[in-house]
Design a protein around this ligand. Structure first.
Ligand SMILES: Cc1cc2nc3c(=O)[nH]c(=O)nc-3n(C[C@H](O)[C@H](O)[C@H](O)COP(=O)(O)OP(=O)(O)OC[C@H]3O[C@@H](n4cnc5c(N)ncnc54)[C@H](O)[C@@H]3O)c2cc1C
Length: 645
């Protein structure tokens, strides 16, 4: 049955709107960017493809806030933590962003609390627990001695942020997808003009002109992993975030780095994994759950030297002589120096006769540890409140009595093939200067759009910081005229699928791209394959994509996503062609590795376009300089403001 489209038809309606600061993407980073710019007295527009109140990776919640080094209980300094994170990633990291995260993250958490978010145990549910600070009610995860990661009630955050945005007078354009970045050459420099947006309900076009623009549209997805039968379960991050921000930036000449890095699929459904955090495991949200084997025999935790731990508390404690350990988020196998307690590895367990399947057994844990994992963490973590906590509880799961089976051979929620890859685990993205400004004058970036991004605290802190600097930039700037011919052509291209009769569905083209990337840009690469892949992508773009059709503005948005996925895929293949030697830290493997230049390639290879030609430069590791010095040189006003409360 054909249904009537429930929204107004505003196709061919175009409006032009001016603002000081334009924020594209209303997730954690975008909301904080808008708040900072508005606090600085600027007019701010926030453009969000979904509904800001619950959009983005953290829309349904998140359970822990990493690296809040200035909280009153933390024993690790921002400098120590930043350099540890850089070292842990073999210097393929973003120290500028991590320093902002470790230095300002806790300020943002206090902001969140002031807006109505819950960041401490105000009801005293966990009084007496070793992870709860009795004075402040703050609760910690992982390392209970050093207290750098807080347990938070993340499901309360997005609604509180929207209330604050409204209070401050930020103009929110919900259900509006940003499609195109507008720039022009001013005094020889590629410069911000604004962006085009399309209302995904009505089809109305808005041309936003701004003094400065901030990109916070998350990172690419559905590049290698796509399943047309279960599209919403393809990837870990929300379905609507597929890297539009990367695509529009790349088309406009923006510079990226580490785009050659991809990891074998981890968290995803794609038709064959349990929902994240829905299988018994002992990582991240579930750290450090007690695990048992098929016979109910407890699986031992060991310290970094392999010594078996005797108590549950030891799982949360650095070993003697170790200052702190790293856990959570993207930290998988840290170097010896930062390695924390862990269960014995799978191979060793098999050797010692432990039997599959394994289970998480919270009933064997102290009451407060059980309640904080099942009920708080599983409940506040993204996508767990209804699918896991509520559904499992409704069906009778009781963690005081029942055990929860883990998946397959280990405790991950899925296993993947080598060619099924993701941009996960601090992947590539936009490279910026210390003001978080991109190579396009007046265009800033934050959150998951930055290279080597990882988490909520990172997103909020960099978002706010970018908002401050974008506001500063916006002062005394004119509005630049956009190129009308270019904009008209772009609108025509955006609408085209609506007028293509008997065309093909967006899913088919997404699937074709994913297959192309799996075959030609999979786990092991070589020039010949990559070049073939590029040719195939160009063919898909020139032929299949031009036959794509949409029946309404919502499907039209899906078509635009596929266009962006093609752009991002081309950028990824070109980035792979630019690195000639395999690189372990980047999970980059070549059969035709040129090992002679391996040493010379240690550093950041960037990628950008100029007049459609792919360009690149080499940026040395540690280009950020001394973080404390560089930060303090630029942020005296903010430091003063914080000092004065
Ligand atoms: C299931 C899950 C659990 C997680 N748990 C944790 C955790 O416990 N702790 C932690 O620290 N981190 C966690 N993370 C990571 C963390 O949530 C993200 O790193 C963080 O939210 C990124 O913020 P962001 O603003 O950069 O991106 P997002 O919050 O994803 O926001 C991007 C926004 O851009 C919008 N958008 C996309 N394209 C367009 C477009 N073309 N036009 C307009 N808008 C657009 C999207 O709709 C979205 O609202 C989790 C992530 C997921 C997916």
């Amino acid at each position: 049955m054909e249904m009537e489209w429930p929204y107004d038809n505003e196709l061919n309606v175009t409006e032009v709107v001016d603002t000081d600061v334009l924020v594209l993407g209303g997730g954690l980073a975008g909301c904080h960017a808008a708040i900072a710019a508005r606090r600085a007295g600027k007019n701010v527009i926030l453009v969000e493809k979904g509904a800001t109140v619950r959009s983005g990776s953290a829309g349904t919640g998140f359970d822990h806030w990493e690296m809040a080094c200035t909280n009153p209980c933390c024993k690790v300094t921002p400098e120590e933590m930043t350099y540890a994170l850089v070292d842990e990633q073999d210097h393929y990291s973003n120290a500028i962003a991590h320093y902002i995260e470790t230095r300002e993250g806790y300020d943002r958490l206090l902001d969140m609390e002031a807006f109505g978010g819950k960041i401490r145990d105000t009801e005293g549910e966990f009084i007496g627990a070793p992870f709860r600070d009795p004075k402040t009610g703050l609760m910690f995860a992982y390392d209970y001695t050093n207290c750098y990661t807080l347990r938070v009630w993340g499901s309360t955050f997005k609604p509180s942020l929207v209330k604050e945005l409204k209070k401050l007078g930020v103009k929110i354009y919900d259900h509006t997808e940003a499609t195109t970045l507008l720039t022009k050459i001013v005094n020889g420099k590629n410069t911000n003009v604004g962006a085009i947006g399309m209302n995904v309900h009505t089809g109305k076009i808005t041309i936003f002109r701004s003094h400065s623009t901030i990109l916070t549209m998350s990172r690419p997805a559905r590049v290698w992993l796509f399943n047309a039968d279960t599209p919403g379960l393809c990837e870990f991050r929300p379905f609507q975030s597929i890297g539009s921000g990367h695509a529009m930036g790349y088309r406009a000449g923006m510079e990226f780095t580490m785009m050659e890095k991809s990891v074998k699929g981890e968290f995803s459904a794609a038709g064959r994994s349990y929902p994240p955090y829905g299988a018994g495991n002992n990582h991240n949200t579930w750290y450090a759950a007690t695990m048992v084997d098929a016979r109910g025999v407890e699986i031992p935790y060991v310290d970094r030297d392999g010594n078996e731990l005797k108590t549950v508390l030891e799982r949360y404690t650095p070993v003697k002589g170790q200052k702190f350990f790293l856990k959570g988020g993207v930290i998988d196998e840290p170097k010896y120096e930062y390695r924390g307690p862990e269960t014995l590895n799978y191979g060793e367990l098999v050797k010692r006769g432990y039997q599959l399947p394994f289970f998480a057994d919270l009933s064997k844990m102290p009451d407060y540890e059980r309640r904080v994992i099942w009920g708080m963490m599983v409940g506040e973590e993204g996508k767990t409140k209804i699918p896991i906590l509520k559904n499992y509880t409704d069906r009778g799961f009781d963690p005081t009595k029942h055990i929860l089976q883990s998946y397959g051979t280990g405790w991950q929620s899925a296993t993947f093939l080598d060619q099924e890859r993701q941009l996960f685990g601090a992947p590539g993205g936009i490279i910026t200067n210390w003001e978080l400004m991109t190579n396009i004058d007046g265009v800033f970036a934050a959150g998951d759009q930055l290279y080597a991004s990882d988490c909520a605290g990172f997103a909020c802190a960099t978002g706010y910081y970018a908002g401050r600097w974008a506001a500063k930039f916006a002062s005394d700037k004119p509005y630049y005229d956009y190129d009308k011919e270019y904009v008209n052509k772009e609108i025509e291209a955006l609408y085209k699928p609506l007028f293509t009769e008997d065309g093909i569905d967006w899913r088919e083209v997404n699937m074709a791209v994913a297959k192309c990337m799996q075959i030609y840009c999979g786990g092991t690469k070589c020039d010949e394959n990559l070049k073939q892949g590029l040719l195939l992508l160009e063919d898909i773009e020139a032929n299949d994509f031009t036959r794509i059709s949409a029946r309404n503005p919502h499907e039209l948005m899906r078509c635009h996503e596929v266009r962006d996925i093609i752009t991002v895929s081309k950028m990824i293949i070109n980035a792979c062609l630019l690195r000639h030697a395999s690189s372990e830290p980047l999970y980059f493997v070549r059969t035709d590795s040129n090992n002679e230049i391996k040493e010379k390639e240690k550093g950041f290879i960037t990628i950008y376009q100029e007049n459609g030609i792919v360009k690149s430069r080499m940026v040395p590791h540690d280009y950020w300089g001394d973080c404390k010095v560089e930060y303090e040189k630029r942020n005296k006003d903010y430091m003063e403001e914080r000092k004065n409360g």
